[in-house]
Write a protein that binds this ligand. Structure first.
Ligand code: HXC
Length: 257
């Protein structure tokens, strides 16, 4: 971990907060290495069931760090495996993740949010892919994830123009699933994370694996994978406990096994 990313644990929820207030939380190596290290730690910590990625009230993140990138040549980014080397840990993270977005989520900031399983926004959140204005393209996943999230027409519109989307538009088009007043965003996100984290961790992980497949496979293969995961839940003690608790009219007590 480092100062550019703050780590906190509340109950079974791990929180990683991007912390570069002087640069609108622009994403440099320090931030991306910090996020990767925090996710590694939370993945290995059995008591963590859900992770929140957040920024400040002003900016979730205003994109990749332009000052760091401006003098890069092709050979630098190719040789050093720019983006691929430290931006994609969220892609392989196996527990549920929530991006809590207030303020600007621009370029790479929007892309990091889209790598999370859920995006909750404050009412002051602003999303955009402004890379066209600096002569490049959204290269941390948005050309693929944005059309899947909001459809082709809006994705092309946003990327070709670089225009900002408000929180309510983002909700309307399915880029985020909830919008809260700015002052309530973290408390509401934590409350939701706490509820999710009370469920069976292996059931959550199997569910995430199955849902994530839907972006990668044809329908029939995805359905076959889902069915295998469903059958796998029948090997869980927690599945027995959940069903028994329902029939016995008592709260379930999951042991994450
Ligand atoms: C480096 C950044 C930055 C960024 C802001 N800052 N965004 N530094 N990289 N992406 C710095 C500013 O230079 C400034 O530093 C300080 O943060 C405050 O920003 P201001 O511009 O003064 O604030 P404001 O006028 O309120 O405007 C906020 C803003 C604007 C709308 C967010 O900063 C902006 O448009 N930022 C750039 C957004 C962008 O193009 N992002 C995409 C990057 S490319 P000083 O030292 O002057 O105080 C990308 C994808 C790359 O993300 C490809 C794959 C990842």
């Amino acid at each position: 971990m480092n100062n550019a990313v703050l780590k906190e644990i509340q109950g079974r929820t791990g929180i990683l907060t991007i912390n570069r207030p002087d640069a609108m939380n622009a994403l440099n190596d320090e931030v991306m290495n910090g996020l990767t290290a925090g996710l590694d730690e939370f993945e290995n910590n059995e008591s963590i069931h859900c992770v929140i990625i957040s920024g400040s009230e002003k900016a979730f993140a205003a994109g990749a760090d332009i000052a760091a990138m401006r003098n890069y040549e092709y050979i630098d980014v190719y040789r050093d495996n720019f983006i691929s080397r430290n931006w994609e840990r969220l892609k392989t993270f196996r527990k549920p993740t929530i991006a809590a977005v207030a303020g600007y989520a621009l370029g790479g900031g929007c892309e990091v949010a889209m790598m999370c399983d859920m995006v909750f926004a404050a009412d002051n959140a602003k999303f955009s892919l402004p890379e066209i204005k600096i002569g490049t393209l959204p290269g941390a996943g948005a050309t693929q994830r944005l059309p899947r999230a909001v459809g082709k027409a809006l994705a092309m519109d946003l990327c070709f123009t670089g225009r900002m989307l408000s929180a309510s538009e983002a909700l309307q088009f399915g880029l985020v699933s909830r919008v809260y007043p700015k002052a309530d965003l973290m408390a509401e996100t934590l409350a939701q994370a706490r509820d999710i984290a009370a469920y069976s961790l292996p059931a959550l992980m199997m569910m995430k694996e199955s849902l994530s497949r839907s972006f990668e496979t044809p329908l029939n293969e995805g359905l076959a994978f889902e069915r295998k995961m469903l059958y796998a839940t029948f090997a869980l003690e927690d599945r027995k406990e959940g069903m028994n608790a329902f029939i016995e009219k008592r709260p379930a007590s999951f042991r994450n096994r």
